[in-house]
Design a protein around this ligand. Sequence first.
Ligand code: B12
Length: 306
Amino acid sequence: MVNILKQEALLHGDRLEILPVERLQDLKGEIDVFENSEKLNNFQKWIVNRLYNFTLPGGGFTVKSIILAAIPHPAYAKVQFAKNGVKYDLLSLVRSDFESNEKYLHEFITERGYNIKAAPNLPMKRLAVKCGLAVYGRNNITYVDGMGSYFSFTAYYTDLPCETDNWVRIQHAEICDKCKICFNNCPTGAIRKNRFLIDNEKCLSYLNENAGDFPEWLPVSVHHCVYDCLKCQIPCPMNRPYKDNVLESIKFNEDETDMLLNGVNFDEFPSEMKLKVKMLGMDEWIDAIPRNLKVLLDIDQLGHDL
Ligand code: B12
C-alpha cells in the first residue's frame, strides 16, 4: 500500500514518505537533545517550545503513521506592479498547490477505509531528513531529489498501517562541504560561518514577513522580494537544474498596486486579483505587503543582482 501511495504522489508531481507514528517520540527526543545542547535565540526557543506540537489528534481514529509530502513550486515568479505610469519588475515566491495534495491524499486514504488529518506543526525539515525524503543544505533548508529546495512540506496523521521504517542519521548534502555560495550571498549574515543553525532572527524572510518597522541595521538595498527572500536559493548549485522553472509575468495594474500599497483588506480585492495574490502566497503575509512593496518601489531604480 505504501508503495502505491508513493506512486500516487509521483503521478501528481509530489514526493512523499510515510513513517510509523512511534518515530515522533524519537524525533521529539532529538529535538530535546538539540534544545539542551545548543544556545538558542528567542525565536528558536519559541519554535521549539511553542510551535512544534507532537500531541496526536483526537478525532475518532488511532494514529498509526505520519505522511510527509514535498509539493514543488516554481523557483519564483516575475511580478510587475504599476504606479504613476511606471512599471516595476519585481520577484515573488510562489505558493505550492497544497489543496491538490490534500485532495488526492484524502481520496486515496478514505477510499481504502482509513482516516487522514493535517499535522501542521511538526519539525518538517528534520522529519524529512530523518526519513530520507530530504537532506539539509548549508542554508538550513532542505533539498529533495528532482525539486531542489523549491517545494513545501505538508504532513498528515493517518491510521494507515506503515510497513516501512526508514530512520537515518541527520545529514547535509555533500556538495555543501566545499561550497560557500549561500553563506556569501546571505544579505543579512543569518547564515553563520562556524555554526550550522542559522540566526533566524536575522533572516530577511523573518524580517519581512511581519508588519512593523524594519530594524535600523537592515540596509534598504537587501530588499528584492515582495516577501521572504531568494538569495540563498537562486545561486545554490543544487537548484541549478530548476533555475528556469519560473512563473512569468504576473501583472498588477495601477488600481491593484494601489490596493496592495494601501493595505486594502484581502476580502475587498477583485476576484482575479485574489487569485494572483493567493497563487503568490502573498495573502499569508498581507499585513507586511504595503511596507515591503513601498520599499521595493522606492529602491527599484537602484537595481539588484541575484
Ligand atoms: C519558523 C519557520 C521559518 C522562520 C525561521 C526559519 C529557521 N531556519 O528557523 C523564517 C521566517 C526565518 C523562515 C524562513 C524560511 N522558510 Co520557513 N519555516 C519555518 C517553520 C514553521 C519552522 C522551522 C523550524 O523548525 N525552525 C527551527 C530550527 C531549529 O529548525 P531547523 O532550521 O530545521 O534546524 C535544525 C538543523 O539546524 C539541525 N542541525 C543542527 N546542527 C546541525 C548540523 C548538521 C551538520 C546538520 C545536517 C543539521 C543540524 O538541527 C536543527 C533542529 O532540528 C517551518 C515549517 C515547519 N513546521 O517545520 C517552515 C519551513 C522550514 N520554511 C520553509 C521555507 C521554504 C522557508 C524559506 C526558504 C522561505 C523563503 N524563500 O524565504 C526561508 C528559508 C530561511 C532559512 N534559510 O532557513 C519550508 C522549507 C522547505 C525546504 N525546502 O526545506 C518549511 C518547511 C515550510 C513548509 N511548509 O514547507 N521559516
